[in-house]
Structures are given as structure tokens and as C-alpha cells.
Design a protein around this ligand. Structure first.
Ligand code: MG
Length: 259
């Protein structure tokens, strides 16, 4: 099942997207909390505005250095345990929303990632039981101000600024994520093309590690790390993120005005 969040100009609603990604069947309420019931109304995807498929109730959890080829390009060592960081829910953006690059950074990069959406309140989840707490998967751009990441000593600003977590185009609830391509394109040119088969720490391990530290709430999002090919984006560029089996979305990157 594919669950999107969208607006026709009125209040945001949720809907089920068909296999072709063309049509939306409206549903009542929020599928993270209520049973899915169709309203009977339908829309064409092209005629609505897709929104971030989830606004995390509490947090976005990032995982750094989870692909060997990305670690190599950054010049670091592979971590012995998952490298965990937190981002506020105010960093979320949706498909087509502008990613705003503040004037105190001059090096903003894209990072294509598979994102896990948590479905229920949980703590101390074992890797073997991780599937029972996963609502579904979406695609993410873990936008990073690389200069602030180097200079700040920790990653809160670099990773967590407003609009730095575009998610979309929808949540796929039935997906084998063991070997999916994770792709980014800048102005149509492929920059990253990795596979979730190459994650150093897999989804189950990540959920076990993260939930040992934090209670997870419905709608919390875990980003799973990015493959090689990251790079700085010029203002005016459009960055597309695609995860095989989910879909793709893109965002324009724009510099904040200086006034
Ligand atoms: Mg990342």
C-alpha cells in the first residue's frame, strides 16, 4: 500500500496511491492512528500537491557513515557502532518545497536515503522484531550544510535546519528493502546510485540500536545513510531523490535572500 499526504488547497488529507502513482483514493483521518477508510473521493496525483507523507510526532533520527563508499569519499573510518544523530521535526519538507540554504552556509549537499517510518510507540526493540514497529518506508534527502558539519563540532545545524529533510513522495507499506537502488540526480544528472544491500548496519540493527536509546513514537523517521556521490548544490538547482520500489520526488534548492 502507498500512503500519501496531499492538499487540493484545503486542509491536508491522506490518500492511497495506485500502483502507477497516478491516482489517489482519499481516506479519512491519519492512517498512523486510525483504521484506513476510503471517503469515496478520488484525485489525480498531477492535480494535487503532494506533501511530506509524515510530519514526525517527535523526531527524525539520522544515521551517519552507513555506506563504505560514502565513508571513503569523505575520508573517514567506518564506525564500529551506528553513528546516530537527531534532527527536529521542523526540518521536514515535502516534494517540490524549496530547500532554503541560509546565508551562513556556502556548501549545501544532497544525500539520497531510504527512510523508515515508525508505526507504534516502542522501546528496546530487538532486530528480529523490528518489522513489527515499522509502518512503512519513504525516500529522503538528508540535506547537509557540509561547512557547518565540519565547523560546529556536532551536526544539529548542519543537518537539522528548516527544509533540510525533504521526504516523499509517499509511504510504501509493503516493501522488501534488502536490495533497493538509492539514487540522486542534480538537474537530471545522476550523482548517487547505491543499493540498500550495501548498508553497513541494516534496518533491524538500526532500530535495535536506536530504540535502546530513545523511545520511538508513531511517525518518527529514521534515515538510514547515504551512498557515495554527494556534492554541493548551486542555488537554482533541482535535486531529485529516488528509492526503487517507492518512487521519486524533487526539490529546488534556493539561497535565502540576504535582506
Ligand atoms: Mg545522511
Amino acid at each position: 500500500m502507498r500512503i500519501c499526504r496531499f492538499t487540493t488547497g484545503e486542509d491536508p488529507m491522506f490518500g492511497l496511491v495506485d500502483g502507477a502513482g497516478a491516482k489517489i483514493a482519499e481516506i479519512t483521518g491519519d492512517p498512523l492512528y486510525t483504521k484506513i477508510e476510503l471517503t469515496g473521493a478520488t484525485h489525480l496525483v498531477d492535480e494535487v500537491r503532494l506533501l511530506a507523507p509524515v510530519i514526525p510526532r517527535s523526531k527524525v533520527i539520522g544515521i551517519g557513515k552507513n555506506f563504505a563508499d560514502h565513508i571513503a569519499e569523505m575520508g573517514g573510518e567506518a564506525p564500529e557502532e551506528p553513528l546516530v544523530f537527531l534532527m527536529p521535526n521542523t526540518s521536514i519538507a515535502g516534494p517540490d518545497d524549496p530547500v532554503i540554504m541560509p546565508n551562513f552556509t556556502t556548501e549545501v549537499s544532497y544525500e539520497a536515503e531510504l527512510a523508515v517510518v515508525i508505526g507504534r510507540l516502542c522501546k528496546d526493540v530487538k532486530a528480529e522484531e523490528a518489522a513489527s514497529v515499522i509502518f512503512g518506508y519513504t525516500a529522503a534527502n538528508d540535506v547537509t550544510a557540509r561547512d557547518l558539519q565540519r565547523g560546529d563540532g556536532q551536526w544539529a545545524r548542519a543537518k537539522g535546519m528548516d527544509t533540510f529533510n525533504p521526504l516523499g513522495p509517499w509511504i510504501e507499506t509493503d516493501l522488501d528493502v534488502s536490495d533497493l537502488r538509492v539514487i540522486s540526480r542534480v538537474d537530471g544528472e545522476t550523482r548517487q546510485d547505491g543499493s540498500t544491500a550495501d548498508l553497513i548496519f541494516g534496518i533491524g540493527e538500526l532500530i535495535e540500536y536506536v530504540s535502546a536509546a530513545f523511545t520511538l513514537l508513531p511517525g518518527d523517521v529514521i534515515l538510514t545513510g547515504t551512498p557515495a556521490g554527494v556534492g554541493a548544490v548551486a542555488s537554482g538547482s533541482r535535486v531529485e531523490i529516488e528509492v526503487e520500489g517507492i518512487g521519486s520526488f524533487s526539490n529546488p534548492f534556493v539561497s535565502a535572500s540576504n535582506d
